[in-house]
Write a protein that binds this ligand. Structure first.
Ligand code: ADP
Ligand code: MG
Length: 232
């Protein structure tokens, strides 16, 4: 079992934070679509992965000690060829080691570049009295400033998922707004249902954060993911 292997490896290494690659593997196993994301240990390997996956790609620092990758200069998007990938690799390493001296860095992830979509966030946190709770909201300022999010206790049914999406104040943005495509709501409901099943069936997960998920007219994809495990 891939999920058990990942959780066990983290525990052996006394980590409660999973890497983005590990988090996306677990979510992918649960049937939640994530961008293809692979680890490179040096810039030649990153360029080779870019060629295999097809440009443009995104490069991101892979470190359990760096939570806010963009703030550390750890994310470069829209890399169009091998030369751009190699330059980005060096820039990311230089910036992240300067901003986080001593951080454990396993390498840099190379990811398929997802088309722009409507940004949403989907997550799970544990409430001291209710246990695992799912969260859905719109990305960016909607969650950070306006706290426009909906919560439900795990497990949920499809009607709960539809209600969660229906009750956020910014819902109009998901229905198509000023030329922006409407989002695939059944697909977002599926994501919430699959997350509910994953959380119900897996012990030891403290927190899951998919931020952002890009939602499209058809489908949706997780572009950043983070999973925190319960402290031993
Ligand atoms: P952070 O740790 O700063 O949250 P993210 O992985 O969320 O880093 O990346 C920052 C931003 O870069 C995202 O909000 C998204 O807009 C963009 N981004 C990240 N990964 C991808 C990707 N694979 N495809 C397209 N855009 C991406
Ligand atoms: Mg993010």
């Amino acid at each position: 079992m891939l999920v058990d292997d990942i959780l066990q490896k983290a525990r052996e290494e006394k980590r409660t934070v999973l890497t983005e690659i590990e988090a996306k593997q677990i979510l992918g196993e649960a049937g939640i679509p994530c961008t293809d994301t692979r680890l490179a240990g040096d810039k030649a390997q990153a360029a080779a992965l870019g060629r295999t996956m097809g440009f443009p790609v995104v490069l991101k620092i892979s470190s359990v000690d760096i939570t806010h990758k963009s703030d550390a200069g750890g994310v470069k998007v829209g890399l169009k060829d091998a030369a751009a990938v190699e330059t980005a690799y060096d820039d990311i390493m230089a910036s992240c080691t300067a901003k986080h001296p001593g951080a454990r860095i396993e390498g840099i992830s190379v990811q398929a570049m997802a088309d722009a979509g409507t940004e949403v966030i989907v997550g799970m946190t544990k409430d001291p009295s209710f246990g695992p709770v799912l969260m859905f909201g719109l990305g960016g300022i909607f969650v950070e400033v306006l706290k426009d999010v909906a919560f439900r206790i795990v497990p949920i049914e499809r009607s709960d998922a539809a209600e969660m999406i229906g009750e956020i104040k910014g819902k109009r943005l998901l229905e198509g707004y000023r030329g922006q495509d409407a989002a695939d709501l059944p697909c977002l409901e599926d994501m919430l249902l699959k997350l509910s099943a994953l959380v119900e069936g897996t012990e030891g997960i403290a927190e899951i954060d998919m931020n952002p998920v890009f939602a499209y007219r058809q489908g949706a994809v997780v572009v950043d993911a983070r999973i925190i495990l319960d402290a031993p």
